[in-house]
Design a protein around this ligand. Structure first.
Ligand SMILES: NC(=O)c1ccc[n+]([C@@H]2O[C@H](COP(=O)([O-])OP(=O)(O)OC[C@H]3O[C@@H](n4cnc5c(N)ncnc54)[C@H](OP(=O)(O)O)[C@@H]3O)[C@@H](O)[C@H]2O)c1
Length: 192
C-alpha cells in the first residue's frame, strides 16, 4: 500500500497523488513471479476496482470483494476477474489454486481493515509517499498496531528519504508478529 506519513491513502474515490515511480513499483511487485507459468492475484474492494483507470490490472488475477458479488452480473468477468463476497472466501480459494503464486491485498481502507487480523495476511509492503495532498480515506494505523504489525509508520518516516531511483518515497516491508498482539499497550495472545 502507499500512504502519507499520516496514513492517508485516498481522496474522492481515487489516489490523492500521481507518482509514476510508485505506480511502477506497485506494478513490478504485484506482477513478478518466480514461476513463469504462474501469476499473482490482487484482491481489492469494489470502490478501489471502480477507481482503476485500466481494469482489470493486466497479467494478474483480479479479485473484487463485494457483498453483492454472487447476485451481480458484471460485464468484465473473464478468466482473470473474479467477484467474491468475503476476504476469507477469496484468500482460501486463491491459496488452493496451483496457478497462483502470490496474493496481494491491495486495498482500500475497508479491505485493509479486515485483512489486518486475517491469519493468511502476514506481510505488508508499504510505500510512504511524502506529499501534502488532501486525503479523505485513511489506512487503519491504530488497528494495525494492536494486531501485531508494530509501527507501520515510524518516527523517521516523517523525514523524506531520497535514493537514486525514487524521490520522496520510502519502500518498507513489515512482517506480522506471529502470535503476540498488543491490546491497550499490553502484549497478549489471540486475535485483535
Ligand atoms: N494508496 C493506496 O495504496 C490505495 C490502495 C487502494 C485503494 N486506495 C484508495 O482507497 C479508496 C477506497 O477505499 P474504501 O475503503 O473507500 O473502499 P474499498 O475498500 O476499496 O471498497 C469498499 C467496498 O468493497 C466491498 N468490501 C470491502 N470489504 C469487504 C469484505 N470483507 N467482504 C465483502 N465485500 C467487501 C464492499 O462493497 P459492496 O458495497 O459492493 O458490498 C465495500 O463497499 C479510494 O480512494 C482508493 O483510491 C488507495
Amino acid at each position: 500500500m502507499a500512504m502519507t506519513p499520516a496514513g492517508g491513502i485516498g481522496h474522492q474515490g481515487t489516489l490523492p497523488w500521481h507518482v509514476p515511480s510508485e505506480l511502477r513499483h506497485f506494478h513490478r511487485l504485484t506482477t513478478a513471479t518466480l514461476d513463469p507459468k504462474k501469476m499473482n492475484a490482487v484482491v481489492m474492494g469494489r470502490t478501489t476496482w471502480n477507481s482503476l483507470p485500466i481494469r482489470p490490472l493486466p497479467n494478474r488475477m483480479n479479485v473484487i470483494l463485494s457483498s453483492s458479488a454472487p447476485l451481480t452480473s458484471h460485464p468484465q468477468t473473464g478468466s482473470h476477474v473474479m467477484f467474491m463476497n468475503g476476504l476469507d472466501t477469496a484468500l482460501t480459494a486463491l491459496a488452493a489454486r496451483s496457478d497462483i503464486e502470490n496474493t496481494f491485498v491491495i486495498g482500500g481502507a475497508q479491505v485493509y481493515n479486515t485483512a489486518l487480523d486475517h491469519p493468511r495476511v502476514t506481510k505488508a509492503r508499504v510505500s510512504i509517499v511524502h506529499t501534502d495532498s488532501t486525503c479523505d480515506v485513511f489506512f487503519p494505523l491504530e488497528k494495525a498496531q494492536s494486531c501485531g504489525w508494530g509501527d507501520l509508520i515510524r518516527p523517521d518516516d516523517s523525514v523524506p528519504e531520497t535514493t537514486d531511483t525514487y524521490t520522496g518515497i520510502k519502500f518498507t516491508t513489515f512482517e506480522r508478529r506471529k502470535s503476540k498482539y498488543t491490546i491497550n499497550g499490553e502484549e497478549s495472545d489471540g486475535a485483535c
